[in-house]
Design a protein. Structure first.
Length: 235
């Protein structure tokens, strides 16, 4: 049984980072400890990252938090470390270290534990599958390959390569055109309320918000706590 938003759908489009794949929390924690002497657990980084995304979408940040420049490199990790209490200088030093680590192996290389199963089951159910991702360097395929998730998709759209990024409705239209489906025939699953769910909904897609930390009770879109909920019907 599929999630109600997938009933009768012909396609399911996924966000990548934070949805199908996750940062290498171990490397990010090690960098912070080596460079700044701060030790963070994966779960606290994950929550800080989610709260940063919410702040980025609303424009309301915690007092004293470093300003979020969404055009800067690794801005999400700057915001995450800032939310964990590091100052701007420390965040900049860590971004430089992330650059080096990212060049060695994609920093977004952790597959969601349910991603492969969900992708496989939706494929077997006959849905067309796509990934639409905002990237800084055109390495969506590298990230999916590093996570072992590069197979099974009918279309990959990398914002850096196609020249527009979410929440621009143009990138959602590109996905629909590439899959050959109408907006109402496609679901979109992503973890950002502002950059995934709301703009997908505005573009006419069946938006589903992945909200494992329950950060968006105000959501006007259906929410799931885990990717596997897409296969579990009503949740």
């Amino acid at each position: 049984m599929l999630h109600p938003s997938l009933n009768g759908a012909r396609a399911c489009v996924f966000d990548a980072g934070g949805t199908l794949i996750h940062p290498d929390w171990g490397r990010l924690a090690a960098l912070a400890e080596e460079a700044e002497g701060r030790r963070f657990e994966a779960e606290e980084m994950r929550r800080a990252f989610g709260e940063m995304l919410k702040a980025a979408g609303t424009g309301v940040q915690a007092p004293g938090a470093p300003a979020l420049d969404q055009g800067s490199r690794h801005w999400t990790f700057r915001g995450m470390y800032g939310g964990l209490g590091l100052d701007e200088g420390a965040c900049e030093r860590l971004v430089c270290r992330i650059d080096t680590a990212h060049a060695e192996r994609h920093i977004w290389c952790g597959a969601d534990p349910e991603a492969a199963h969900v992708v496989g089951e939706l494929k077997r159910a006959g849905l067309l599958l796509a990934v639409v991702s905002n990237t800084e360097d055109g390495r969506l395929l590298d990230a999916l390959e590093a996570a072992g998730l590069s197979e099974g998709f009918d279309l990959l759209l990398d914002s850096h390569l196609v020249g527009c990024r979410k929440p621009d409705p143009a990138i959602f239209r590109m996905a629909l055109e590439g899959l050959g489906v109408e907006a109402g025939e496609a679901a979109f699953v992503g973890d950002s309320y502002a950059h995934d769910a709301l703009p997908a909904r505005a573009a006419g897609l069946r938006a589903i918000l992945l909200d494992p930390l329950d950060l968006h009770p105000e959501s006007v879109c259906p929410r799931i706590r885990a990717l596997g909920d897409l296969l579990r019907g009503e949740v």
